[in-house]
Design a protein around this ligand. Structure first.
Ligand code: SF4
Ligand code: SF4
Length: 292
């Protein structure tokens, strides 16, 4: 099995050869986040998993299930239904799990997928696996608290707001526990890392080495896209070049297979990777979900 053929060849992100043939849809039900990354502007989709484009709307679980059902009708290549923002899907886990349960019942033929910062992952790893979520992406931007402290402004642990190394250390501990648990349960874990020169870029190979020992199967290094108005987005010069990213992936690739075809999809993306399709534009039965 090729390093990037992790799921039988049907997941367009986890299976390198699948993205020309299989489509995914992201259901934008996750409006909140329990972390503040220094590069994130909450008006935009999560840049951990999404390019910074505004999601067309936030859906209720019921609206999202109807949207997924309509997408499956319109997109015969649809193989994956995922939740990837615009906030963190496990910051309001009740909404996310309710949505996934509805999709599982409505579309049993589709794989389920989710991305998260991992802060509450240990609490919900078993529930995700029980629902048949086979693929989870966890964004790990640092595996040392001092590096994490440069990235995260705060971590909100059920009302307790932690800053600096305390917050970064807690997030790291939860990410480790969550990834180990998912891996133990047979869920395929991809780690996303936002690569920021001068912040964590020299640390990315260490991240790859560490998360591989936790059970991660794949890594997706994403070039930081500076967003004006954010603490880490002041200088467009901090955006790494394609050649720079290739060097990063080469170093990290000593420890984990690297994904190279990520399209930085929106939280409401629909269709083949790179198609620029969004859920709102998928043909659907009239008056099915007016808010999309
Ligand atoms: Fe933004 Fe995602 Fe970071 Fe939350 S985890 S602050 S939504 S980039
Ligand atoms: Fe796949 Fe990257 Fe798009 Fe996520 S953002 S669905 S990993 S291509």
């Amino acid at each position: 099995m090729s390093a990037l053929t992790l799921t039988g060849g049907r997941h367009p992100c986890f299976d390198e050869g699948a993205h020309h043939h299989f489509a995914r849809v992201h259901l934008p039900v996750a409006g909140f986040c329990n972390v503040q990354c220094g590069f994130c502007d909450r008006r935009y989709s999560c840049v951990n998993e999404s390019r910074p484009g505004v999601t067309a709307s936030l859906l209720s679980p019921e609206e999202a299930v109807e949207a997924a059902r309509a997408a499956a009708e319109a997109l015969p290549q649809l193989s994956v239904v995922g939740i990837a923002g615009p906030g963190d899907p496990l910051a309001d886990a009740e909404t996310t799990l309710h949505t996934l349960k509805g999709v599982r019942e409505a579309l049993p033929q589709c794989m389920l997928c989710l991305s998260t910062n991992g802060l509450t992952l240990p609490l919900f790893a078993d529930a995700l696996a029980a629902l048949g979520v086979g693929h989870v992406t966890v964004t790990v931007n640092a595996v040392r608290a001092d590096v994490g402290a440069r990235i995260y402004d705060w971590i909100d642990d059920t009302g307790l707001r932690l800053r600096g190394e305390d917050g970064a250390a807690l997030l790291l501990e939860r990410q480790q526990q969550g990834i180990r648990r998912l891996s133990h349960l047979g869920v395929v874990v991809k780690v996303n890392t936002v690569v920021m020169p001068g912040i964590n870029a020299a640390h990315v190979a260490d991240i790859a080495q560490t998360v591989s020992t936790w059970g991660a199967a794949l890594m997706n290094c994403i070039a930081h896209l500076p967003v004006a108005g954010t603490r880490l987005g002041a200088s467009p010069a901090s955006a790494p070049s394609t050649a720079y990213m290739e060097g990063i992936r080469k170093a990290a690739g000593r420890y984990l297979p690297q994904m190279r075809h990520c399209m930085r999809c929106r939280a409401d993306a629909a269709g083949l990777l790179g198609s620029k399709g969004i859920l709102r534009d998928v043909p659907k039965p009239a008056a099915c979900f007016a808010r999309i």
